[in-house]
Design a protein around this ligand. Structure first.
Ligand code: NAD
Length: 314
């Protein structure tokens, strides 16, 4: 990879991706409108040779001066709290934003990688989810602004590959956690960590039996980079097979933080998936990838970052 454009590069995943690419010797152009990302996420990259930040909305016509070898399209609100607050922007960035990023890749002769999501499987009727499963998505429910935008993005990416011969890949990312998640972003791990550090009750939705598979950001980013550097088109699941119920996750967070917080059960969001676990045999076979960070180590690493972010002493 010589010079990569990372849209959404000032977000949680995108900023780790920019950093990993710089570490591998690639130049990086981070394109972001800071809708849900922050300057702080990329502040430490600003002085590194080969890094450039462009403040742009990717739903507007997009140009990047100079040669580009890869376009990694990560721009999109990703936390349910964000995309429910920003429904139209989420649909726009998944549709027009994806189109602009694809056309940029086409003009530059670059390989294109779409950050898709396990949410394309909706509330799955097949478990674990292989890439061949088509999903179970409510097209008009509140979550559809995200799920369907990503499904449209996948269809558009497949069409550019088939009809226009663009070199493309689709990565279906499962729940990822780690440093630089916003404490208030509404996803389970930041919410639980924030509540535990404040000594507040941890709010588990429904009866807490719904599961997620959680992957540390360093593992997820390693998989994405391997896919980008391969010639594989995907779609390819990248995520951890480590599946945990939300009630158990809350209990683990209470234990790791040594908090005296209790658990409070609150209403479950509409269309919240009941189970989630990737079948990662394709990533293992095609890329030799599997996650390596044990969940306890990953959560402690995230906890360290939250302590600093929230100014809570260890
Ligand atoms: P995030 O909200 O931290 O990052 C998204 C970034 O995109 C932000 O920096 C935001 O400012 C930027 N952005 C949004 N709209 C934009 C626009 N119109 N123009 C330019 N920039 C824009 O979210 P994240 O968790 O880092 O997710 C990044 C990508 O990975 C998303 O596409 C998401 O769908 C995908 N993904 C993430 C996860 C996960 O667990 N974090 C799982 C599956 C898929």
């Amino acid at each position: 990879m010589n010079r990569a454009v990372v849209t959404g590069g000032a977000g949680f995943l995108g900023s780790h991706l920019c950093e990993a690419l710089l570490d591998r010797g690639s130049a990086v152009v981070c394109v972001d409108n800071l809708l849900t990302g922050t300057h702080e996420n990329v502040a430490r990259l600003a002085g590194r040779p080969g890094f450039r930040f462009l403040h742009r909305d990717v739903t507007r016509p997009l140009d990047v001066p100079g040669p580009v070898s890869h376009v990694l399209h990560f721009a999109s609100a990703a936390s349910p709290a964000d995309y429910l607050r920003l429904p139209i922007q989420t649909l726009d960035v998944g549709s027009q934003g994806t189109r602009n990023a694809l056309e940029l890749a086409e003009r530059k002769g670059a390989r294109f990688v779409l950050a898709s999501t396990s949410e394309v499987y909706g509330d799955p009727l097949v478990h674990p989810q292989p890439e061949g499963y088509w999903g179970n998505v409510n097209p008009v429910g509140p979550r559809s602004v995200y799920d369907e935008a990503k499904r449209f993005g996948e269809a558009l990416t497949a069409a550019f590959r088939q009809a226009r011969g663009l070199d493309t890949a689709i990565v279906r990312i499962f729940n990822t956690y780690g440093p630089r998640m916003r404490p208030d972003d509404g996803r389970a791990i930041p919410t639980f960590l924030r509540q535990a550090l404040a000594g507040e009750p941890l709010t588990v939705t429904g009866d807490g039996t719904q599961t997620r598979s959680i992957c540390h950001v360093s593992d997820t980013v390693r998989g994405i980079v391997l896919l980008a550097e391969s010639g594989h088109p995907g779609p390819m699941n990248i995520g951890s097979p480590f599946e945990i119920s939300m009630a158990d996750l809350a209990a683990v967070v209470i234990e790791l933080t040594g908090s005296r917080s209790t658990i409070r059960y609150v209403e479950r969001p509409v269309d919240d998936p009941g189970v989630r676990r990737p079948d990662t045999s394709l990533a293992r076979r095609a890329l030799g990838w599997e996650p390596g960070v044990p969940v306890e180590k990953g959560l402690l690493d995230t906890l360290d970052w939250f302590r600093v972010e929230l100014g809570v002493a260890a």
